[in-house]
Structure formats: structure tokens, C-alpha cells
Design a protein around this ligand. Structure first.
Ligand code: XMP
Length: 516
């Protein structure tokens, strides 16, 4: 085990992720609980995280002194390096005092000495890109340390005390902008700390199952399924831990893709034997959407109605002690604003986010530390079918935000057919996994066409496909012309109500991925 001591950095979880990628198990403890965690875990190595604080600031966090006396290897990152230097007898001064300012963003360092962190990776004299983000800097290192790499702005870019196996990096190895960062962390946990690197998601599964059992005891858990990967993986994992103490509620708003609702129900009930309440609320949702055309009003209605239906169902089954959610780490970071300032609402996102406060239940969130791709690996581990695990993200409000203007049952049915054909062609061409999201949109526009010898006057369908890594930015997927014309021809021929297909060529920004 590696103990990661968290001083409040935005990217502490990324350190844990890199350690997992190196095949090693880690636990994160806030600095206030680090001494206790150290006793309990008896880790083979310690990583000290970054922090928004500065070591010279009054009241800024410190590592428990015992960690430095335990004879265990330590890697200090950014603030972690500074706090270690400070606590071991070095000196850290604010950027403004040294008159040099900080370093933020891409930087280059030069390796000046061999170091165990660099083994098999970096040679003396080489320059490497790293990601810096610091104002203060170490101005005098602690006894026993030497400099092993320098950058223009940080003479102590990497420091090492090979005797005690203490290392400090002024840069952030855990972020992707430090291209070799993952390998540096792997060197630390495997090579320096001597851990085998054979930890897998299978063990994560076992650890979480034990945690869920101890958190829940003999309490009852309710989990809202959306049809998406995250809530499905959370539910299956929790079910494995506590069996029938879990009840899943699938609020079917009638705005799912073709065949999707049936798939969810049969997978959960038949394959996993999970207690599942399938609430067919199509009429209720479509009834409420009648006459609504404003995108925000549609979103707000669906979000509110979802919560109302969920609450009713929870009451019907006699309530629960815990609410389970498939919250992932990016959801956690996004909800903690980095700048602290208000951000502009582009769209009111609909998730079950408002539920916990309303229902006064404790949360079970077993995926909180994971990133999307890790959840997919865990899903496979739990036996979820590939087609389910690899599925493109789908927005909570469903097809309603892919039907600009008023949403009706008829329009949903038309869109479902077109969307299914489009996705079938994408899968057939082997392109599904190269695309982040692909979907059809039914426009509130009718155009004139000719089919056979007849005039048609029908709807326009837009198709969209984007690549992205996190949904925050996106680029269009460049299909070839033959593929596009096959899709257009099939949709127009096979879907009554559509006589024209257009391709959405807008990246994000300036567009958003969804149309509303
Ligand atoms: P936009 O359209 O804002 O979408 O570029 C970014 C990503 O978020 C998905 N999305 C949602 N997901 N509830 C969700 O759970 C929502 O209300 C919602 N709206 C958009 C969208 O599909 C894309 O992946």
C-alpha cells in the first residue's frame, strides 16, 4: 500500500490514479488523519500531495512528523516537496520575496544527476517537459538532500535524499501535461518502495465490497438507475456487497433510446437478480412536456419530475437508509469550484444531484475515486456486457433535448428509429469506440422533397458525432462521404417522417455537444 497524504490539492485523486495504473494500491488520507492512517495501513511508501496553501502561510498544513521518522520512502509533490523541505530543516520562501515569481504551466527541466526516480527513464543532461504550478519555492534544501534536476524557475525542480529514499518534485508528475509523470510515479512505487505492481481492479472490487458492507451494515439502500454506465456499475457492485438490502429504481421517462429501457430491466432483473422497480412514467413526462419549447424549461421540468417520481417510489417501498449514486471523481471536482467564483450556467444539468438533501439519506458512492475509463474496467470486471460498459454517454433528460421545440410521443418514436439506424451503421463500420458520442437530432423544421413521383414535406434530421476525452471540449468526427450518404439514405428510406438528413459540423466550443 501507498499512503497519499492530501493537503487539499485539486489533483490528489490523479496521484491515486497514477499509483493504480502502476498496479499498486493506495489510500488517500487528509493530512489531519495521516498519522492514524499510517499506523493502520503500514504503507511501503508515502506521497505528499500539492496544496492551494503555501508553506510560508500562517496555519498552512504540515505532515505528521512521525512520517519522516518511520524509515519509509517519501515522494513530495509541489507543496509536498516544500513542506518536506521545511519540516526537515530547509527553507521555503514566497515567490514575491525571492523576486522571481512562480511558474505556472508547461516548463522544461534538465536532469543534472542520476536518481532512482529516473531509472530507465531519464538520463543526465536530458531536457523534459513537466507541468509546474507554484508560487513559493524551496530556497534551501534540507540536510541530506541534493539537486537532481533543475528548471529555469526552480533550481530545485527535483531533489533527492537517496539514503533515506526521500524525493521531492516541484512539478506535478500526476497530470498528463507531464508526459513521463506516470512513469516517474511508477518508478517511485515499484522501484523505490519495492511494491510488485500486480494490483488490479479485481482487488478494488473486493476492497469496495468490504467498505460498502461496513458502511451499510444491515441498512437499506436505494439506487436510481439511469441506464448509463456509472449508476449500473455502482448498483451491481453494491448488490454484490449487500444483496437484497439494495433496491434499484429505474424511472423510465420514455425518453430513452430504442430498446434501452427493456435492456436495463432484463439485465438487472434477469441477469443479476437485483430487486428493480421499473416505473413507467412516460405519460407523466410527456404530459408535462406538452407545450414546453424553451430548452431550460424542458430541462428543469424533467429534473424536477425525476426527483418527484423517485421520491414517490422510495416511499412506496418503505424508504431506505442510504441513497446510492454512481458519482465519479470528475463530478466531485466539478462541483467544487476551483476559483470559488460563480460560474455561468450554460445548461441546468439533470442528474440525481438534488436528491440527497431532499431525501435526507446518507450517501453510498463507491465510484467516487474513479475516472470514467476505470469505471468501464470495473464494469467489465463485474461482468457487465461490453455493449453496456462501452456505451456512449447519454444525457439525463434523454431524447427531449435532442428534439428542439415541443416533445411528443410521435417525435420521440421518429427520432428513436433514426438514431438506431445511425448507431447501427457506426457500429457496423467499426467506428463506435473511436467516437465519444454520436446521436441523431430531430429538427422542428420541415422541408420539401421528392420520393418516387411524390412530393414530400417532412422533418429534417441532423446527425452528430464528436470526439472528446471528458465532454468539456469536443471536435467533430470526420466521417467519409460514402459513410454519410449510406446513413442519410437509410434514414430517409426507413424512417417515415424524415426526408432530409444534415450533418452537424460544429465543435465545442462554440457549440455544445447536445443541441439544448
Ligand atoms: P453539453 O451539451 O453541455 O454536454 O456539451 C456535455 C456532456 O454532458 C452530457 N449532458 C448531460 N449529462 N445530465 C447528464 O447526465 C444532463 O442534463 C446532461 N446534459 C448534457 C452530454 O451528453 C455530453 O456528454
Amino acid at each position: 500500500t501507498i499512503l497519499i497524504v492530501d493537503f487539499g490539492s485539486q489533483v490528489t485523486q490523479l496521484i491515486a490514479r497514477r499509483v493504480r495504473e502502476a498496479g499498486v494500491y493506495s489510500e488517500i488520507a487528509p493530512f489531519t488523519a495521516a498519522a492514524e492512517a499510517f499506523e493502520r495501513l503500514k504503507p511501503k511508501g508515502i506521497i505528499l500531495s500539492g496544496s492551494p496553501a503555501g508553506v510560508p502561510d500562517e496555519g498552512s498544513p504540515r505532515a505528521p512528523q512521525a512520517l519522516f521518522d518511520a524509515g519509509v520512502p517519501i515522494l513530495g509533490i509541489c507543496y509536498g516537496q516544500q513542506v518536506m523541505s521545511h519540516q526537515l530543516g530547509g527553507e521555503v520562501r514566497p515567490g514575491h520575496e525571492t523576486g522571481e515569481g512562480g511558474e505556472f504551466g508547461r516548463a522544461f527541466l534538465t536532469v543534472t544527476e542520476p536518481c532512482a526516480l529516473f531509472d530507465g527513464l531519464w538520463e543526465v543532461g536530458e531536457r523534459h517537459q513537466v507541468w509546474m504550478s507554484h508560487g513559493d519555492k524551496v530556497t534551501k534544501f534540507a540536510p541530506g538532500f541534493k539537486i537532481v534536476a533543475v528548471s529555469d524557475g526552480a533550481p530545485f525542480a527535483v531533489i533527492a535524499d537517496e539514503e533515506r529514499k526521500f524525493y521531492g518534485t516541484q512539478f506535478h508528475p500526476e497530470v498528463v501535461h507531464t508526459p513521463d509523470g506516470g512513469k516517474l510515479i511508477a518508478n517511485f512505487v515499484r522501484h523505490v518502495c519495492g511494491l510488485a505492481g500486480d494490483w488490479t481492479m479485481a482487488e478494488f472490487r473486493q476492497v469496495k465490497i468490504a467498505e460498502i458492507r461496513s458502511q451499510v451494515g444491515d441498512g437499506r439502500v436505494i439506487c436510481g438507475l439511469s441506464g448509463g454506465v456509472d449508476s449500473a456499475v455502482a448498483a451491481v457492485l453494491i448488490h454484490e456487497a449487500i444483496g437484497d438490502q439494495l433496491t434499484c429504481v429505474f424511472v423510465d421517462h420514455g425518453l430513452m433510446r430504442l430498446g434501452e429501457a427493456e435492456q436495463v430491466v432484463s439485465l438487472f432483473r434477469e441477469h443479476y437478480g437485483i430487486k428493480l422497480v421499473h416505473v413507467n412514467a412516460e405519460d407523466r413526462f410527456l404530459g408535462g412536456l406538452a407545450g414546453l419549447t424553451d430548452p431550460e424549461k424542458k430541462r428543469k421540468f424533467i429534473g424536477g419530475e425525476f426527483i418527484a417520481v423517485f421520491e414517490e417510489e422510495a416511499k412506496k417501498i418503505g424508504g431506505a437508509d442510504f441513497l446510492a449514486q454512481g458519482t465519479l471523481y470528475p463530478d466531485v471536482i466539478e462541483s467544487v469550484s476551483f476559483t470559488g467564483g460563480p460560474s455561468v450556467t450554460i445548461k441546468s444539468h439533470h442528474n440525481v444531484g438534488g436528491l440527497p438533501e431532499r431525501m435526507n439519506m446518507k450517501l453510498v458512492e463507491p465510484l467516487r475515486e474513479l475516472f470514467k475509463d476505470e469505471v468501464r474496467v470495473l464494469g467489465k470486471e463485474l461482468g457487465l456486457p461490453d455493449i453496456f460498459v462501452g456505451r456512449h454517454p447519454f444525457p439525463g433528460p434523454g431524447l427531449a433535448i435532442r428534439i428542439p421545440g415541443e416533445v411528443t410521443k410521435e417525435r420521440c418514436d421518429i427520432l428513436r428509429k433514426a438514431d438506431a439506424i445511425y448507431l447501427e451503421e457506426i457500429r457496423g463500420a467499426g467506428l463506435y469506440d473511436a467516437i465519444w458520442q454520436a446521436f441523431a437530432v430531430l429538427l422542428p423544421v420541415r422541408t420539401v422533397g421528392v420520393m418516387g413521383d411524390h412530393r414530400t414535406y417532412d422533418n429534417v434530421c441532423a446527425v452528430r458525432a464528436v470526439t472528446s476525452t471528458d465532454g468539456m471540449t469536443a471536435d467533430i468526427y470526420p466521417f467519409d462521404a460514402a459513410f454519410m450518404s449510406r446513413v442519410a439514405t437509410r434514414i430517409i428510406n426507413e424512417v417515415k417522417g424524415i426526408n432530409r438528413v444534415v450533418y452537424d459540423y460544429t465543435s465545442k466550443p462554440p457549440g455544445t455537444i447536445e443541441w439544448e
